[in-house]
Design a protein around this ligand. Sequence first.
Ligand SMILES: [Zn+2]
Length: 133
Amino acid sequence: MGLRSYKCGNCGANLTVDTFNMSAVCEFCGQTLTFDTEEVSNILEEREKTKRMHKAEEEQTKREEARLKHDAEVKKIETEADEFMEGARRVKQGFDTVNRGFNMVKTIVICVFVGVVLIIALIALFAILKHLG
Ligand SMILES: [Zn+2]
C-alpha cells in the first residue's frame, strides 16, 4: 500500500499513519485521526469497479479493432482473388482470339489448297482431252 505524508490539521506536523489500524497519530501534539473503514472500503470498491469497467471497455475496443482488422484482411484477399480471376479471364480471352485467328488461317489454307488441286486436275483433264482429240 503506497503511503503519502499527511499533515496534522491541528499543528501542521507530519502524521504517522498506521495502515493496519486505519489511523494516524500526530507525534507532536498527540492528535489522533481514525479513518472510517467502511467509507474507505466503499471508496476502494468503487475504484475497483471503475477499473474493471475500464478494463472491460478496453477489451471490447481491442476485440472491435481485431474484428475490423480481420474484416479488412478478408476484404483484401477477396479483392486480390477478384483481380486474379479478372486476369485469368483476360488471358483466356486472348487465347480464344488467337485460336479463332488460327482457325480462320487454317480454313483459308485448306480452301486455297483445294482450289489449286482442282485447277491442276482441270489442266490435266484438258491436256488429256487435247491429246486424245
Ligand atoms: Zn499535531
